[in-house]
Structures are given as C-alpha cells and as structure tokens.
Design a protein around this ligand. Structure first.
Ligand code: LLP
Length: 425
C-alpha cells in the first residue's frame, strides 16, 4: 500500500505534483509520504497489539528526523545501532525509555552514552559486551536493563548479505550459551538481564523460518525460567518483507502482517511476556521513492542504455544486493504507447552503478523524470558522497504540503569537510 498515484497524467505523492517538486528541489531527490508511513505503522502496531507490545522502528532503514518524528508521534520507539542513531532518535523527540540499542559491536563510549541517556534496553550480543556494559554502568552507579540477542541458527531473508540468524553469521549469542551467560550476568552488578532478542534476516516473505526461530526462543525461555532466570521481555526483531513490484504494492493488504502477528501470538500467548518488534523496511519501504532525471541515451544492439542523474551513491541496493526496484515514469504512460528495452544506469564509473537491466519501460527521452519506487527503506540511509556527488536531498509530503527535510548540501560544504595537513597548506 502506498500513496504515489497518477493524477492529471502525472505522478503525485499524496496531493503533491512530483514534476513540480522536481523543478523546485532539483534532481535526484527522495520523496516520502506521511500517509503511507502512518498507515504502515498503524497497521503493524494494531496487528501486534501495541502499546502493550512495544514497537521500536529500526531506524537504520530511514533515520531522517522528520520520518522519526512522524513515527514518534504515533507512539513508535526506535531500534538503534550506534550512538549517532541514539542521538538522532532523541533529537526526533523519542523518549529515552522508547529506545533500544542493538548491534554486533558497541564501543565503550557508545555503551556509556546509552547508559547515561537512560535507554530502555541494550541487546547484548557477546560475553565481552556483557562484562563491558556491567563495568561501565557500575562505574556510574547504575544498573542497565538488557536482553541477550540469541542466534537461533535459522537464517532467512531476501539475500545472503542480509541473512543474520544462522550460526555462521556474525550475530548474537548461540542458543547453547544463553544459560551460562544468564548465570554469569547474575553476578554482575551493572546489568539486569530481562529477556531475549533475535533477528534472523530481512525481506522475509515466508513465515516458516521466523516461526522456527521463535519456537526455539520459546523453548529457551521455558528452560531459563525453569532454572529461575528472569525472562519477561522478548524482542522479536524485524525482517518482514514488502512488495517491490509496485502494482502489487497497491493491492497489498496487511495479510503478511496479520499472519505474522497470529503466528507470534500462537507461539507466546500463554507465557507472561512483554513482546517487542523492530520493523524497519515494512514501515518505510513503500513510503518513499527516488526521483531522477534522464540525462542521455546510449543505443546498443537490442537495447538502450538510459543514463539518469541518480547513482549508486544515492541508492545502493541494486548494486549491493541485486535488488529490484520498480521504475515508474513521472508522466503517466499512455496505454499501448511506445516501449523500449532499457538498462537504467547512473553516471558513476563502474558497471555496478546500474539500477535495472533489460527493463521494458515507456519510451524515455533525456530530460524526462522517472522514479525508482520502494526506496524509502535503506535508500537515503545508505547514501554517500562517492564521486564527490552531493548527498541526496529528502522531501516529506503530507497531503498537499511538502517540506525539504534534508537539503542538498553545497559543494563548498562538501569540500570543507576535508582538511589539509600543515605540510600541504
Ligand atoms: N533489527 C535488527 C537487529 C536488524 O539488524 C534489522 C535490520 C532490523 C531490526 C530491521 O529489519 P527490517 O524490518 O528492515 O527487515 N540494507 C539492507 C537491509 C539490511 C537489514 C539489516 N538489519 C537492504 O537494503 O535490503
């Protein structure tokens, strides 16, 4: 479900004409729809029974302050993975007790910052981190609430690079270690272990693996409880997949979410637990698009290379995960109109800078605008200044209103980030 539709022959974001926006903002740029963001959050939160269950938006998917603030107003917390993300969540108005800190490796400085901020929970991934956290919190005269992130040895997800739950992945504590670490933690004054967490992968469409993983967490919960350990929170991570074919997305109801919620309820309902969720992609993926302008055409035998002004530094998913993003022209295509086979590429000097290969699209000319759809998650958040390209701007739409929520920096600002050492200046 999303709010990007053709009106008056042009693509609109809610009630905002994207072609007019392109004239104002310049291309490339991201556009997010408040209505889509809000709908997705509400559908998810309702299905999983928030606020009794806790929803921590995985802000690695999209960490723009305006997006976070929109979600915070609906009651969302944040799942963070760095001091920078914790600072952003706080700056967006999320209370510290609505922030969870996950991540494979946390520095002492990050742990200290999180403890000082008084965040809700730290998801501990290694024995070393357990000791570090206790030492840091104890020195501050504090005791930090935490859970153990368990690796259930069940991986899942849309690509090997985003599978996290199998034993040979770098994430989490092995199932067989949980019991011992609970005992270790019982003697550490700076931590209070309240439960378990997991996250087995991203862009998951079948519930089987999630169900298996959650089943293992349940067994572990029962085993730990029977030994007298405290398991009162379970954080189930994120990972639910979304449609990247936009025609499908318009039709896509909350089916998967409801099946997921029912599966979770069936797995844990009879246990007295607080359940938590960390959805990222599901909330923001379909709520954002990347608008770009065609620069030039390069004809080849049987196809045309269409060079656009966005590149892999603005949206790295196709280069990194061979990800599919639907491409929609901003001018509504006429039914039965001319179509061509295109490779849609960015201007960066590497072949990986390709958004789509052999894609049939309505005939496109230099100057035409197109949109890379479903780019709200892991789009702007993963952008860079590679090739000394300016960081891509972001626009948030609400009804007929819009605002630039991250401006395009100037070249002066970009260059000023570097310094010359004394011997060169
Ligand atoms: N919780 C934890 C601990 C995670 O590591 C992640 C994502 C999430 C929650 C949110 O997962 P989601 O609901 O978004 O699937 N850059 C990749 C995706 C990386 C996901 C990393 N972890 C992409 O563009 O596909």
């Amino acid at each position: 479900m999303h709010h990007f539709t053709y009106q008056h022959g042009r693509l609109f974001a809610e009630d905002v004409d994207i072609a007019a926006l392109a004239d104002e903002v310049g291309t490339p740029f991201y556009v997010y729809s408040t209505a889509t963001l809000e709908r997705h959050y509400k559908v998810f939160a309702k299905a999983v029974g928030a606020p009794k269950s806790r929803v921590f938006f995985a802000m690695k998917a999209n960490s723009n302050l305006a997006v976070l603030s929109t979600l915070a107003r609906l009651g969302a917390g944040a799942d963070t993975v760095s001091e920078g993300e914790i600072r952003r969540a706080l700056a967006a108005g999320m209370p510290a007790n609505a922030i969870v800190f996950s991540g494979v490796g946390k520095s002492d400085a990050e742990l200290a910052f999180a403890v000082d901020a008084g965040i809700y929970q730290i998801n501990i991934e290694t024995e070393g981190e357990l000791h570090a956290l206790s030492r840091i919190a104890t020195a501050k005269g504090k005791r930090q609430n935490a859970v153990f992130r368990i690796n259930p040895d069940i991986g899942a997800g849309g690509h090997a690079k985003i599978t996290t739950g199998s034993d040979d992945n770098k994430f989490g504590i092995s199932l067989s270690e949980a019991e011992r670490l609970y005992t270790v933690a019982a003697n550490l004054p700076g931590v209070r272990i309240l439960g378990l967490a997991t996250h087995i992968g991203s862009q998951i469409h079948m519930l089987d693996e999630l169900q298996l993983a959650f089943g293992r967490l349940r067994e572990l919960t029962e085993r730990l409880s029977s030994l007298g350990h405290r398991v009162e929170r379970i954080d189930l991570g994120g990972g639910l997949g979304i449609p990247y074919e936009m025609a499908e997305a318009v039709e896509h109801g909350p089916g998967l979410i409801e099946d997921y919620a029912a599966m979770v309820a069936k797995t844990f309902a009879d246990l007295d637990l607080e359940l938590a969720y960390e959805p990222g992609r599901l909330i923001v993926g379909n709520a954002g698009i990347l608008v770009t302008r065609a620069l030039t055409l390069n004809p080849r035998a049987g196809k045309t290379i269409l060079v656009v002004d966005a590149a892999m530094n603005d949206l790295i998913r196709p280069a990194m995960y061979d990800a599919f993003h639907d491409i929609w022209p901003i001018r509504e295509p006429v039914r039965g109109g001319p179509e061509r086979l295109y490779d849609v590429v960015g201007p960066i000097c590497e072949t990986g800078d390709t958004f789509a290969t052999a894609r049939t699209l309505p005939e496109t000319q230099p100057g035409d605008l197109i949109a890379l759809m479903t780019a709200g998650a892991y789009g702007a958040a993963m952008s860079s200044t590679y090739n000394s390209r300016l960081l891509v701007p972001e626009v948030l739409v609400r009804g007929a209103e819009w605002a630039i929520v991250r401006p395009r920096p100037s070249y002066e600002e970009l260059i000023k980030l570097d310094r010359l050492p004394g011997w060169l200046s």
